[in-house]
Design a protein around this ligand. Structure first.
Ligand SMILES: *Cc1c(COP(=O)(O)O)cnc(C)c1O
Length: 391
């Protein structure tokens, strides 16, 4: 396995206090042990199939392809997973690890609530005690997701210090983790954070790219020319990209949220406009002020507004293996409507960023080229917000 030491070039690492480092070492050694244990992998495969509903299709978007008039566009249908997005791939993997480690209690942070719901879901599945930390501001903005988590048996703790948003929820979860590590596992939601989380989340999400690789070889008998995915923390993107990274002919494009535009302060384009720094215990491209504090971020997509990006993406940007671009709120919204009308698939507003860029790229290519877009989630959760925006 690559990057076992937690570094991707200069990025990644584990910049945390000693007490936390000790706890993370336990997670790390267990992860590396079980990820090569046939028994563990068999159990993971069972729940991927029977609970998540994998494998999901690699769908040829024929009408969209015709409309755009260029490269063939395939959609990796993560929206068809149980709970409607890719996040469940990671929570199933980590909860199985926690179980093997003998932990009884799971904690997690959540911003918009999607990772909280995916975590509460797997805790219900395995009868684990579940506590979700959520900024108080976010609990009010996302009342329905709070109720969903409670329905699933989780306790949602509103965080009332600092800015009362995601950043503070992460801090609260880390404090709990250090204090209760004996029986508690911290289930992190994206390919970010201190080692071993970025590599662990990548491995659990790589099922996306492994399936897509097999599927495209089956229908087209060759690898795709482009892979395109939306990048928040970067988990769905790295999950698609990683199994193709050594195939130099396959171009990799990550799409960041440009929000109201890169010439405004309302975006979350960490690679496009950020600088190198340490955020939440790891080194990456981050949007920071002069004191290294994370800047406020904005995106129409709640799942994309994070002021940093996973270390592996930071490295692919620096090394040139990946290209990182951005799409505005408005462009994402247009793609949301286009895919809905054209294919009968309402995409998550996060995934709509990837669709928007894929349309731009496909237009410039000949019809023999192939693009795979990660349709990271379904858009049911966004319908109300979009309705309010346009009325
Ligand atoms: C959370 C989320 C994202 C962004 O998270 P990554 O870790 O960057 O994948 C993208 N799409 C959907 C549907 C999400 O729920």
């Amino acid at each position: 396995m690559k990057n076992k030491n937690g570094y991707f070039g200069e990025f990644g690492g584990c910049y945390v206090p000693e007490a936390l480092e000790t706890v993370l070492k336990e997670v790390e050694s267990n992860f590396f042990k079980y990820i090569e244990d046939p028994d563990f992998l068999e159990e993971l495969a069972y729940y991927q199939k029977q609970f998540i509903g994998r494998e999901n299709p690699l769908y040829f978007a024929e009408r969209l392809t015709e409309k755009v008039g260029g490269a063939k566009i395939y959609l990796k249908r993560e929206d068809l997973n149980h709970t409607g997005a890719h996040k469940i791939n990671n929570t199933v993997g980590q909860v199985l690890l926690a179980k093997r480690m003998g932990k009884k209690r799971i904690i997690a942070e959540t911003g918009a609530g999607q990772h909280g719901v995916a975590t509460a879901t797997v805790c219900a599945l395995f009868g684990m005690d579940c506590t979700i930390y959520m900024g108080e501001v976010d609990t009010k903005r996302q009342e329905l997701n709070v109720f969903r988590m409670e329905l699933l048996g989780a306790k949602v703790v509103p965080v009332t210090f600092g800015t009362k948003t995601l950043k503070d929820a992460v801090d609260a979860a880390l404090i709990d983790f250090v204090e209760n590590a004996d029986d508690t596992f911290y289930l992190l939601g994206s390919a970010v954070g201190p080692h071993p989380y970025p590599i662990m989340v990548r491995e659990f999400q790589s099922v996306i790219g492994s399936e897509a690789r097999r599927q495209i070889l089956e229908v087209e008998n060759r690898l795709p020319d482009y892979l395109i995915a939306a990048v928040g923390g970067g988990s769905n993107a790295i999950g698609l990209f990683h199994p193709f990274v050594d195939d130099q002919e396959v171009k990799i494009i990550g799409v960041e949220p440009a929000g109201k535009g890169l010439d405004t302060t309302e975006h979350a384009a960490s690679i496009s406009l950020g600088s190198v720094g340490v955020l939440h215990g790891f080194k990456c491209y981050t949007l920071q002020d002069e004191d290294g504090e994370p800047l406020p971020v904005h995106s129409i997509a709640a799942g994309l507004d994070y002021p940093g990006v996973g270390p592996e993406h930071s490295y692919y940007h620096q090394s040139g293996r990946g290209e990182y671009v951005s799409i505005t709120d408005k462009e994402a919204l247009d793609a949301f409507f286009t895919l809905s009308k054209c294919e009968g698939i309402i995409p998550a507003i996060e995934s709509s960023h990837a669709i928007a860029h894929a349309i731009k790229v496909a237009k410039e290519l000949t019809k023999d080229k192939i693009i795979i877009v990660n349709l990271s989630g379904r858009g049911d959760k966004d319908v109300q917000q979009v309705k309010e925006m346009i009325s």
